[in-house]
Ligand binder design. Structure first.
Ligand SMILES: Cc1cc2nc3c(=O)[nH]c(=O)nc-3n(C[C@H](O)[C@H](O)[C@H](O)COP(=O)(O)OP(=O)(O)OC[C@H]3O[C@@H](n4cnc5c(N)ncnc54)[C@H](O)[C@@H]3O)c2cc1C
Length: 287
């Protein structure tokens, strides 16, 4: 296994994000996705974290399992939301002891449907600092090409992001649809004196309703030209999917040409869209 910061130093990365399954059917689907994506030789994979209930242990189990059973480097996501400092310290210590070297330190969103107390750490930067004191982790953070929905202004989000990224090793972005959003973000971070690698997060559109819901939640704008292309074929799910794959391929291509250090695919535990985009791009990781 390896540290993601070292992997990034070695060349362009391809990485895949998964979430811990909740049912036996979802588990089978994840196993299939991992099996089908493994031949692309991802530079690393990552596993999301939910603040509520049993998700905590599911992330840990899945990350340890991927590191141990598959020949893949896995990164654990961890969020401040609904945790005390002592709980987060304990989770980080279990990762350190299980030889998990990569952590994505996140603010998280307090779950609306669960009556959980607010987190003791307010922002992701506090978790980065906590993790530094507990293990020799390679630490990633979330960055938001369009400002985070809770940010009062774009400028304040850029400032806080730059401070956070300066203390982390790399960033992974929220999904977005216009390459300019990514390049403007990177330029702005450089303007704040921060040049750590920022890996664009890619979410292909596979259904119009699905992407509308997710984009609204995350503060990612669906551009009018894309909505127009999708609307034109909205009664034909296969055609909607083709447009989504086509546009994601174009976005990835622009990002790599413009110097992005890698691509991080939000797989939603399914492999076909990611495999199609990678095939369209002729992609394999250089590390
Ligand atoms: C790649 C990626 C993976 C993700 N994985 C998960 C996951 O596994 N589980 C999950 O629950 N969520 C996940 N998220 C979503 C993320 O938790 C939410 O977007 C969350 O609302 C913000 O997280 P953050 O780490 O950006 O928080 P923060 O960095 O804490 O930022 C949140 C807000 O606070 C502001 N802020 C930051 N620092 C300060 C400060 N010092 N003072 C005042 N304001 C400040 C920021 O500008 C922003 O508006 C992921 C997001 C990305 C991009």
């Amino acid at each position: 296994m390896a540290k993601i910061s070292d992997i990034l130093n070695d060349g362009r990365t391809i990485s895949f994000e998964f979430f811990p399954p909740r049912t036996p059917e979802a588990e089978a689907q994840l196993e299939q996705a991992l099996r089908e994506l493994e031949p692309l030789r991802p530079s690393y994979v990552s596993v999301t974290y939910g603040a509520g209930g049993t998700t905590r242990s599911r992330t840990h189990e899945l990350v340890v399992q991927i590191n141990r059973d598959l020949d893949l480097t896995a990164m654990a996501h961890l969020t401040c939301a609904a945790h005390t400092r002592a709980e987060l310290a304990e989770i980080l210590a279990t990762y350190r002891d299980a030889k998990i070297e990569n952590v994505l330190a996140l603010g998280g969103d307090p779950p609306q449907d669960l009556d959980l107390p607010p987190g003791e750490l307010e922002h992701a930067i506090d978790l980065v600092r906590l993790a530094r004191g507990i293990g020799d982790f390679s630490i990633g953070v979330a960055v938001h090409p369009e400002p985070h929905p809770r940010s009062p202004t774009l400028e304040s989000d850029r400032r806080f992001t730059a401070e956070k990224l300066a203390e982390a090793d790399f960033g992974i972005t929220q999904f977005f649809f216009e390459p300019e959003h990514y390049f403007e973000l990177v330029q702005s971070l450089h303007g704040h004196g921060v040049d750590k690698p920022v890996i664009p997060g890619i979410m292909p559109v596979l259904s119009l309703a699905g992407i509308r819901r997710m984009a609204e939640l995350q503060g990612s704008a669906l551009p009018a030209w894309l909505v127009e292309r999708l609307h034109a074929v909205e009664d034909d799910p296969a055609a909607v999917r083709r447009v989504g794959i086509d546009e994601a391929t174009r976005l990835c291509s622009n990002l790599l040409e413009g110097g992005a250090p890698g691509l991080h695919f939000y797989t939603l535990n399914r492999s076909p869209a990611t495999r199609e985009i990678a095939a369209n791009l002729g992609l394999a990781p250089t590390r």
